[in-house]
Design a protein around this ligand. Structure first.
Ligand SMILES: Cc1cc2nc3c(=O)[nH]c(=O)nc-3n(C[C@H](O)[C@H](O)[C@H](O)COP(=O)(O)O)c2cc1C
Length: 185
């Protein structure tokens, strides 16, 4: 059984809702189990026992939120020192208000986390443009939900549920293929 872990930061719940959809997609793949944990609650053991980890963040000032960064620098930092995440599968997602209509930093926030994923020695799974719902908030880096319109916050939008589930399923299939394989020396 391949284990998928979604670790997310959230203040107002939208990123948690997206994490829930990703868990639902990952858990729908035969031979996979999935769960999500808030960044404050996820532990080293959670990471070590996972075959894939999907990191999610709200965009804060054009970058990942401090809660996920703290998790990465502390919990993941220890695992990085000991090469414990090498060869596991990694992926990212984000939510953001996107003021200005061109993303508001979603790409930068995801790129920052991709740098962390690859620094950990993980195999990165992107979000291909053929994915269902890609037009609603797809980026090659991962799905990014826009949680505000020009009038203000709207929360997690319904039309991002399908791409989020698809991302979870993609990662789960990759984890199933790679679980237990020795990729790196
Ligand atoms: C301190 C702070 C900074 C933010 N900066 C940005 C930003 O730079 N770009 C953006 O698109 N949205 C920004 N937002 C909006 C959040 O990314 C957005 O509301 C997100 O979906 C909230 O996720 P959550 O409900 O999981 O906390 C910011 C929100 C806060 C609280």
């Amino acid at each position: 059984m391949a284990k998928i872990l979604v670790v997310y930061a959230t203040d107002y719940g939208s990123t948690k809702k997206m994490a829930d959809e990703i868990v639902s997609g990952a858990g729908s793949v035969d031979g996979c189990t999935a769960e999500s944990k808030a960044a404050e609650d996820a532990t080293s053991d959670d990471m070590e026992s996972a075959d894939a980890v999907i990191f999610g963040t709200p965009v804060h000032m054009g970058s990942p939120a401090w809660k996920i960064k703290k998790f990465i620098d502390t919990v993941c930092g220890g695992l990085w020192m000991e090469n414990k995440m090498n060869g596991k599968v990694g992926a990212v997602f984000a939510t953001g208000g996107g003021l200005g209509g061109t993303g508001g930093g979603g790409e930068l926030a995801m790129l920052a986390m991709i740098s962390n994923v690859t620094e950990l020695g993980m195999i990165f799974v992107p979000f291909p443009k053929s994915s269902p719902g890609y037009a609603n908030g797809g980026l090659q880096w991962g799905p990014c939900a826009r949680t505000a319109d020009d009038k203000g916050p709207i929360g997690f939008p319904d039309n991002m549920a399908e791409p989020a589930r698809c991302h979870g399923a993609n990662v789960a299939r990759a984890a199933k293929l790679l679980a237990g394989q020795k990729i790196f020396d």
